[in-house]
Design a binder for this molecule. Structure first.
Ligand code: IMP
Ligand code: MG
Length: 192
């Protein structure tokens, strides 16, 4: 801990213009989502799947608010860009578990165009889960390109780029305990 008692993460705050969701607001909303999921999946065989790395902070808090026995699994993908445009997606690390016959909860940090979530849904469907539901902490519905079914939504956000609580801008800001708006829009495509 720094001797002046400043949280070490706050030294990475350069470029942040405004706090959007405080630690307390996130804690309350995550608990509400956890309670809702607990009610909906009581008695069912639940597997919570998250992508690396954006949703990791959220999913770790969320599963501790789901009062059910569950499995956790992770998938990692890489997006290709050609001449600045999205051109393909490849799996870098697949799930460890067989999800056939299980109730899958896909956890996202933010759904923007919907392309990433749509890819994951299409990738999970042939594995024959008993059901597939999507939970996203943030939803930016205004710029959706592909419609995706969102069952659990933390907050709606506008077009401003946001960081913190797992969300990054070129790998920075992920460890901030709150979510903030960035004062500049990133020039590179966001990493997962
Ligand atoms: P989509 O495929 O356009 O829906 O993009 C979703 C992915 O883009 C998320 O999983 C994030 O990794 C990233 N992303 C989109 N908007 C933001 C943002 O405002 N901050 C940080 N990452 C973002
Ligand atoms: Mg990201």
């Amino acid at each position: 801990m720094a001797s002046n008692n400043v949280h070490p993460n706050l030294t990475a705050c350069e470029g942040i213009s405004q706090t959007l969701f405080t630690e307390e607001e996130l804690r309350i909303r995550v608990a509400e989502l956890g309670a809702e999921i607990t009610r909906d999946f009581a008695g069912l065989d639940l597997t919570v799947v998250a992508m690396l790395k954006g949703p990791v902070v959220f999913v770790c808090d969320l599963v501790r608010r789901i009062d059910l026995p569950l499995r956790m699994d992770f998938i990692s993908i890489s997006k290709f860009r050609k001449e600045g445009r999205a051109s393909g997606i490849r799996i870098l690390k697949d799930l460890d578990c067989d999800v056939a016959g299980r109730h899958l909860l896909l956890v996202e940090d933010i759904i923007d165009t919907g392309l990433t979530t749509n890819y994951l849904i299409k990738n999970m469907q042939p594995r024959n889960p008993e059901s597939l539901s999507v939970c996203t902490l943030l939803d930016r519905r205004s710029i959706r390109i592909i419609d995706v079914p969102v069952r659990y939504r933390g907050f709606e956000v506008d077009q401003d780029y946001v960081v913190g609580y797992g969300l990054d801008c070129t790998e920075r800001y992920r460890a901030l305990p709150f979510i903030a708006k960035l004062s500049h829009r990133p020039t590179q495509a966001p990493a997962e």
